[in-house]
Each structure stands twice: as structure tokens, then as C-alpha cells.
Write a protein that binds this ligand. Sequence first.
Ligand code: AMP
Ligand code: GLY
Length: 420
Amino acid sequence: MKVGIIGSGGREHAICENIKNSSKIKKIFCFPGNAGTKSIAENVEIDLENFENIKSFILKKEIDLIIIGPEKPLVDGLVDYLEKFNIKVFGPNKLASQLEGSKIFTKQICKKYDIPTAKFGIFQNPEEAKLFLQKTKYPTVIKADNLASGKGVYISKNEQEAYLAVEEIFNGKFGKADNLLIEEFLNGEEMSFFTIHDGTNFKIFETAQDHKRVEEGDKGKNTGGMGAYSPSRLINKELEKKIINKIIKPTLNGLDELGVKYKGFLYTGLMIIDNEPYLIEYNVRMGDPECQTILPRLKTDLLEILNACCEEKLNKINLEWLNKKSLCIVLCSKGYPEKIKKNIEIKNLEKIVVSENEFIFHAGTLQKDNKIYAIGGRVLNFVAISNNFNLAKKNILNNLKKLNWSDGFYRRDIGYKVIK
Ligand code: AMP
Ligand code: GLY
């Protein structure tokens, strides 16, 4: 098969690395990919907003299957567009992608189907929001309604911080804002729960714990993710059943009533309080860096799984996982998630020889004249699988030390809840 992967992050490099070993693979294209995918696939420089060009390229190269990594093209309706031309695509369509594209859409489904989530209010202007903030309990959570790569969420400790959040959101820091959400703060432990769907059937695609804050000790600004481990320490059979029955199935019913079938990965972001799940958010894709953390544990051929989803035959496939622990530490450019310097060379990368249980997935990197440059906030993902989290982390830190990139930084405490 010829396969095209849309995206340029660590998630897409991990998918690329995984499917290159499939017995069915003939060629991989990445749109646009990064320095890591370049050694496996043909990177195609193409504007992801120009659907017509993407479609023409796919048809010209006779690509059999398209896998969409990030949320933006999904929310923009790339699946709907490509399917009109009989192109096989793995990912949810535009309406289903509203689960991530609009927090308000999701909250309305939660309300209708009694799905456990934080209490919330929707506000259309700063005055109304501020009036509410004068009498609410703190900390409180303020969210932009639009896509913001995990950065449009404020946990405000007091009124002053909350006012600033309201101003920033309505002033367009995360794009044009017609609404914002103010939510009750849920005090528990987070877990990312993944499922994979073929429109009719779905299967659990493992769990992970992400570290979203930029500083050690889970402090500082929210980011796209500074590291993760899998499986989550919180998962157990009882909790799994509750998540499926109280959250995922009612959501799928809600979509069904709107005439929508869900095909693709679904990432359920949860807060767990006393073994009870509360929905924080949905993402209509794999997590990044959760994907890089989870895929190395997958034994079943990923390409066969994704292809089966596109043919509504997921029930024919048995997902098998390595009984290992996996950890990922993200190396970022200094300044992330705020201002970063671009085009800084990363030396020494070729000096790191990874074992079969270690991986380096590229994210914001570019290869030019045989040199690797950092061009984004999150640059490289160092992953290791092992019999325990401790050992996995030790191996990663060893590799990070060998790289010794002085223009970058990373959190040394990833997995602190599972590592003594
Ligand atoms: P989101 O983009 O909605 O996933 O929010 C980003 C992060 O903000 C989450 O991963 C949580 O750490 C935090 N967060 C969001 N909503 C809440 C909430 N209601 N209570 C506590 N923390 C929250
Ligand atoms: N790691 C968080 C996300 O992918 O949204």
C-alpha cells in the first residue's frame, strides 16, 4: 500500500516509524513531515489548507490510504472533502470533529446525555463573564472555545488572573472568540483514555498520562505536552467500564442522533476523582506526545488496524500490546510555549545509537544540507519502553545527556507519580 500521513509532529513521525514495518507498506508520503520522517518517507511540502492540491497529489501518486494526525485539518473538513473523491481516509469528519473543535458542542452533548463533566457557563462578552467571576469560587477554569493546541485554558487563582484570561481570550489571543467557557475546577488526577473507531465498532487503544505544564512539579503555562507515560497508573477494569458506559457510549449515541458516525482515534481527556471519571475534553485524534508513548507498545500491525477502520472491519482485528511500561520526555526549544528562536542547529544527534527499546521521534525539526535544525517549540521526543518506568526514564535521560543540546530544555520529573 501507498500511505500518506498528514502532519509534522512527533505523533506523525511515530506513526510513520510504526507503519514502515508493515508487511503491506510500499511507500509513505508525509505532508509535510519533519527531519525524522524524511529518512523513512517522502516529505511533501504542501499547504494543508489547500485541499484541492492535496487531493490532486493523492490521486496523481495513487495513494491508497491517508492518515490525518492533527486536529486542524479534521476540524476544517479534510476527511469530508477527500471522501468525495473516493479517497480512503482515517480520521473523523467535520461534524464529528466538533467534539474537539467546539468545547460548547461537547458540553451540550454532556448536558443532554448526563455525561459527568465540570459544571460550566458560556459567556458571549467580557462584561458578562466578569460579573460571573466576581461571585465564583477559585480556582476557576476559563477556556477559549476554539482550537488552541492545549494553550487556550487558564486555571485562575483569583479574580485578577481570571479578568486577564477573559481579556486575552476576547482580544483574540487564540483566534477570533465569540464565546468563552467558565468551568468548575475539578480536583483530581488526569488520565488520557484512547479509543479507535470504525464508524460502528470501537476498541480501547490504551491509556497514558500527559504532563501539560511547562515547569517541573506541574507548574507554569499549559503546553501541548512535555512528556507522558503509558499505561496510566489510574486505570483498572472498574474505571474502564465507567468510562465506556458513562462517557464514550453516550457520546457516540449523541453523535448518532445527529446522523454522525465516528471513524478515527478518539482521545478522551479525563479527570479521575475517587475512581470516578469526569470528562475534561475530547480530542478527535491521538495525543501528542501520548501517541509516541503508546505506539511502541503496540504488537498488532497498525496499518492493518487503520485500514480495517476505513472498511468498518475493526471487529475482525485483535489488538495486542506489549506488557511493558513506556515513557516519553519532550525536548523543547528554550522559551516554549512562548517565544522561541528558530533555525538553531541540533548537533550530536547522529551520535546517539538507540537500542530496539528506545526511540527518538522528531517534531519541530528540519533537515538542510545534512544538518538538523530546530524550527518549532517541541523539537524531539525521547521514548523508551522497559519492564519498569524507572529504567525507561534512566535510558531516556542517558540519551538526552549524550545529545546535550544547550538551546533546549526538558522536564526531568516526567512520570514522578510512578517513579519513586
Ligand atoms: P483542555 O484543553 O480542556 O484539555 O485543558 C487543558 C488542561 O487544563 C487539562 O489537561 C487540565 O490540566 C486543565 N483543566 C481543564 N479543565 C479543567 C477543569 N475543569 N478542572 C481542572 N483542570 C482543568
Ligand atoms: N498531549 C495533549 C494533546 O495532544 O492534546
